[in-house]
Ligand binder design. Structure first.
Ligand code: BGC
Length: 266
């Protein structure tokens, strides 16, 4: 045992599970090799229907799920999720608020579906297989995309639904200024965007005193353009799974849930 292997408590996973990631612009799915934490086959991507109403989005998810009809199914959703129900809808159609996402997808797919906040799924994947693997203490995993998603982990254990992307920074909902979508929308240089990210991450740092910050989301592929411009007390590293963390985390959580259900059914 070394000082950095802190997650012996996580039960090892094996086999395959399907992960599907519902985002503001795309719905992506792939079967995941659970021992490796990697896609077992090529990922598929469909455009998110606009408006992104529950019925239209659920049909796309069911279509992707039908390609791989076997095994546990985990789905991410970009909102607060409690017991399968969406409680917010910052970047998706407001009709999702109060929708039992798990039940809707179970009805359409005929399978039990584990639904989780997208950033929480990414956090779980980073803790199991990626940049937060074995890290003791407090880790914040951020996904910078259409919005800002956050996952808070302590010794590898997730505290769900933290929603720190909506912290108020300089009088603004942080994600409206510091998300990757804001960079795009306002055509910001990496330097100007990094200044906003710096303000945001300083706030997260001051409030949570993390031991590690992990930056994920699509833009993590270009982390060399902005991570060196940040000046924080906390080490900041790019996500180990880049943009696949949502799918991998959803699949891992679905497999864990299926195993727990099997155990309780005796
Ligand atoms: C939502 C979060 C989500 C994040 C990333 C935010 O606007 O409130 O629930 O995790 O976007 O998609």
């Amino acid at each position: 045992m070394t000082a950095t292997t802190g997650h012996e408590g996580l039960p090892a996973l094996s086999g395959r599970a399907l992960g599907i990631d519902i985002g503001g612009s795309g719905i992506k799915g792939a079967p995941v090799d659970l021992a490796a934490g990697e896609f077992a086959e090529d990922r598929v991507r469909e455009a998110t229907p606009q408006p992104s109403t529950p019925g239209a989005v659920a049909d796309v998810v069911a279509g992707i799920a039908a390609r791989w009809p076997e095994g546990p199914l985990g789905v991410t959703f970009p909102a607060v999720i409690k017991r399968g129900v969406a409680h917010t809808a910052a970047n998706v159609d407001k009709a999702w608020i109060g929708t039992d996402v798990a039940e809707l997808l179970r009805t359409l797919t005929g399978r039990s579906v584990h639904v989780v906040n997208d950033a929480d799924a990414a956090g779980v994947a980073e803790a199991r297989y990626g940049a937060a693997k074995g890290v003791q203490g407090v880790v914040v995993v951020l996904t910078l995309g259409t919005g800002i998603g956050t996952a808070l982990l302590h010794d590898g254990v997730l505290v769900p639904n933290t929603e720190l992307g909506h912290l108020e920074v300089d009088g603004h909902d942080a994600e409206t200024k510091a998300s990757d979508a804001a960079r795009d929308r306002e055509d910001l240089s990496w330097k100007d965007w990094a200044k906003r990210l710096q303000r945001y991450l300083e706030t997260v740092e001051a409030l949570l005193q993390p031991d590690l910050l992990v930056v994920g989301g699509g833009v993590s592929k270009k982390s060399e353009k902005f991570l060196p411009l940040l000046d924080l007390r906390t080490p900041v590293v790019p996500a180990g799974l880049l943009n696949s963390a949502g799918i991998v985390g959803a699949a891992a959580l679905a497999a864990e849930a299926a195993a727990a259900e099997g155990a309780s059914a005796g």
